[in-house]
Write a protein that binds this ligand. Structure first.
Ligand SMILES: NC(=O)C1=CN([C@@H]2O[C@H](COP(=O)(O)OP(=O)(O)OC[C@H]3O[C@@H](n4cnc5c(N)ncnc54)[C@H](OP(=O)(O)O)[C@@H]3O)[C@@H](O)[C@H]2O)C=CC1
Ligand SMILES: O=C1O[C@H](COP(=O)(O)O)[C@@H](O)[C@H](O)[C@H]1O
Length: 461
């Protein structure tokens, strides 16, 4: 790590009455404080709603209970946390909030993106405490240009390494495990290149449907919601060069180099992408309506609920290896995994019968495990090939993914947050696909909720 930063003493959540705060942020914070009973943190919740501090404390307590949070720092926080009703787009409101903060403060923007922009404009009008940290949720802009404009605003307020662009997939324990697996063994890294890898697939298929999120999702769609943000970050960790250290500078440089080398496969966004949208169906006994009939959806938006794009990473290590990223809602089988498919053996000895399938390494993004599928002689006839699976259980991380990224914000370590140039790069990468889809050059295929996606799409092995 580059020099120890001062730990945040006051966390101010802007948008404390919202869904993100109660469902994801507070449980993550409760878990973090349980693991670190020595940490002392003031928590201030802010929203325009007319909440009392007593009500806010009951919300925090309820969210903490979901992770069985306990211990000294939890008790301490529960008895001191307070709620302020304020419109944070007003400079005076921000001045008062920051003025009342003890020690190093962090502002967590759990706000709609348009409000976040206005808050940044308001922050520019007041004097800011030294060492202020800013944590921003996705979506970070809507394209490269708006992301760049937001970056300029933010870095006019605080230094880049005080800006935490949150991507909770970087805190996912399996993604964290990739560092150990790839860089603390000699047996995988020599195989981790175009010499031996035929293709890489990163799949995040969910059984969940829209779940009442039309206000956000119907404008984002699967490509922006998952691929432009989370899955490109995961891909960057899978494809990066070995960093010299785990410092924020080394990790983020290594990710950035991969993303800078990434473009749509063959520069052909039409051939390299698919989009789909669910129609009614049943998943695990739960019936979902057609996506277009979900509450709040505007059918005219033509929003996709399943996206698949193949990218090329144009460098020495990965030349010629397709990286296919896919994510969808309302898919019959939950599948969250990174799959490396290895090239065929150069020569299988004549006399060995059966089929030598390519070896595959499956790294699962929860439950956290790894499966290596290889050809062996197997049981029975020793001259007949069969498939064996080597399983490794990574075990769950001690923190939820949000807890890992929140720890980075509180400790002033941006290693797990997205750097400004990288946020822009990710928009550059998907821009040709967004354009092809907007222009209607790629069909929006139907698939029934509960199916595995449109039947004529190529299957990801
Ligand atoms: N919910 C989720 O699962 C995820 C959300 N995100 C991102 O997190 C952010 C927040 O999402 P979410 O919690 O779902 O949104 P909500 O709509 O549930 O909450 C928005 C919050 O913003 C507050 N707010 C709006 N305007 C102001 C204002 N002028 N001053 C003070 N507070 C204001 C609202 O407070 P009040 O109502 O009291 O005015 C409310 O607490 C978004 O950027 C979203 O994209 C990212 C990943 C997942
Ligand atoms: O950010 C998001 O991620 C979730 C999937 O992540 P998980 O950690 O909740 O499994 C996804 O469902 C959602 O659409 C997306 O906005």
């Amino acid at each position: 790590m580059e020099g120890m930063a001062e730990a945040v003493r006051t966390l101010i959540i802007l948008g404390a009455t919202g869904d993100l705060t109660s469902r994801l942020l507070l449980p993550a914070l409760g878990q973090l404080l349980t693991r670190e009973p020595q940490r002392r943190l003031e928590l201030v919740g802010v929203g325009t709603s007319d909440w009392t501090t007593a009500h806010w404390r009951s919300v925090v307590r309820k969210s903490f209970a979901t992770v069985k949070a306990s211990g000294d720092s939890v008790d301490d926080l529960l008895s001191s946390t307070r709620f302020t009703s304020a419109d944070v787009t007003k400079p005076d409101a921000l001045k008062e909030l920051l003025g009342a903060a003890e020690g190093t403060p962090a502002l967590y923007f759990a706000l709609p993106p348009a409000v976040t922009k206005d808050v940044c404009a308001a922050l520019a009008q007041i004097e800011l405490p030294e060492d202020l940290r800013l944590a921003l949720e996705k979506p970070f802009g809507t394209d490269k240009r708006s992301a760049a404009a937001l970056n300029r605003r933010l870095t006019a307020l605080v230094p880049e390494d005080h800006v935490h662009r949150i991507d909770h997939f970087l805190g996912n324990s399996t993604v964290q495990n990739l560092f150990g697996l790839r860089f603390a063994n000699r047996i995988f890294e020599p195989l981790w290149s175009t010499e031996h890898v035929e293709r890489v697939d990163i799949v995040f298929d969910e059984q969940l449907g829209l779940e009442g999120r039309a206000g956000y999702y119907d404008h984002a769609g699967a490509l922006v919601d998952m691929i432009q943000s989370h899955l490109l970050q995961v891909m960057a960790v899978v494809a990066m060069e070995p960093p010299s250290t785990m410092s924020a500078a080394d990790l983020r440089d290594a990710k950035e180099l991969v993303l800078r080398a990434t473009k749509v496969w063959d520069d052909d966004a039409v051939a390299a992408s698919h989009r789909g949208r669910y129609t009614s169906g049943t998943i695990d006994g739960r019936t979902l309506p057609d996506y277009v009939d979900e509450q709040g959806v505007d059918p005219a938006q033509g929003t996709e609920t399943l996206a698949q794009v193949t990218f090329a990473v144009g460098n020495w290590r990965w030349s010629g290896v397709p990286f296919t990223l896919r994510s969808g809602k309302a898919i019959g089988t939950l599948r969250h995994e990174i799959v490396l498919t290895f090239r065929q053996a150069h020569h299988v000895p004549t006399g060995l019968r059966g089929v030598a399938h390519p070896s595959q390494l499956r790294i699962k993004l929860g439950p956290d495990e790894m499966v290596l599928e290889v050809n062996t002689n197997g049981p029975g006839n020793p001259r007949y090939l069969s498939r064996s699976e080597l399983h490794a259980d990574f075990g769950p991380g001690s923190l939820l993914a949000y807890g890992e990224v929140l720890a980075g914000v509180l400790d002033g370590d941006p290693a797990l947050s997205v750097r400004g140039d990288t946020a822009e790069e990710c928009w550059r990468i998907v821009a040709p696909v967004l354009k092809a889809w907007r222009d209607g050059d790629v069909p929006l295929d139907d698939y029934a909720a509960g199916s595995e996606g449109p039947a004529d799409w190529s299957v990801i092995p």
